[in-house]
Design a protein around this ligand. Structure first.
Ligand SMILES: [Fe+2]
Ligand SMILES: [Fe+2]
Length: 252
């Protein structure tokens, strides 16, 4: 029997330890994951408030429970994002902008505030979040970042579905006409907001990303914009049309 190591074991012997293999984290990595911690807290707060409103409207317990589960998911995302932020070298406590952690009432009819939250946060944001996070996850090889993105991506699919189910429910209540009119009127402005967050109008986004930064789960702004535009063409148009809502009607 030969005592020479097999090619496989000699490769294994040369493999650096996981600690040594970790990619260095740039200041941009620390900055982006700090933003993600804040965004996850914001998502938890907004979903908590939306779910309270659903209770006040007497929505089905199933829909309410689905909302409560999302609040917990968002807190898990915040915890996991904080682990990535710390692994990237950050210390201290993230500062939260309390003003942004909630929605607040805008309309006399609660149904319209719920419709605004459901369409903006879940139908629009959570729907585009699925391909956006899939893109970040694709290049993420640093284990702590990959674990966070695995969990976030898995959950965002359910968060997206919650939005479309809740909108369908709202369109079956006595407030259906007002909800439909509001959605038609506001969609152009809400899509313009998305464009400022992820699209060509994004200011201050990451223009170029190194291989190391991609390994930590970052991607350049131009990829976000391309994904948003694909989502508008393929996803939003089809999903709203199924509910009798035309994407461009409010601008005509
Ligand atoms: Fe999240
Ligand atoms: Fe989410």
């Amino acid at each position: 029997m030969s005592t020479r190591p097999s090619p496989r074991s000699s490769r294994a012997a040369k493999r650096p330890s996981p600690r040594r293999a970790r990619r260095p984290a740039s200041a941009q990595v620390v900055f982006e994951w700090l933003g993600r911690i804040e965004a996850e807290y914001r998502s938890a707060a907004i979903t908590q408030e939306t779910t309270l409103w659903l209770i006040q409207l007497g929505a089905s317990p199933d829909l309410v429970r689905a909302g409560l589960r999302i609040v917990d998911d968002e807190l898990v995302h915040a915890e996991m994002s904080r682990k990535v932020w710390e692994a990237a070298g950050a210390t201290g406590v993230p500062k939260l902008d309390r003003e942004s952690l909630g929605l607040g009432r805008e309309h006399a009819d609660l149904e319209l505030d719920v419709a605004t939250a459901i369409v903006k946060v879940f139908c629009l944001n959570e729907t585009v979040a699925v391909p956006l996070f899939a893109n970040l996850r694709k290049g993420a090889t640093v284990p702590v970042a990959r674990r966070a993105l695995d969990r976030i991506l898995k959950d965002e699919v359910r968060h997206r579905d919650f939005g479309w189910i809740a909108l369908e429910w709202l369109l079956a209540t006595p407030a259906r006409d007002a909800v439909r009119d509001l959605t038609h009127a506001m969609l152009p402005a809400w899509l313009a907001e998305l464009e400022r967050s992820y699209g060509d109008e994004l200011v201050g986004g990451t223009e170029s990303v190194t291989d190391d930064e991609r390994a930590w789960g970052l991607a350049p702004a131009r990829e976000f914009a391309a994904i948003l535009h694909r989502t508008i063409e393929r996803d939003y148009t089809r999903r709203f049309a199924k509910l009798g809502i035309e994407l461009g009607r409010g601008t005509q």
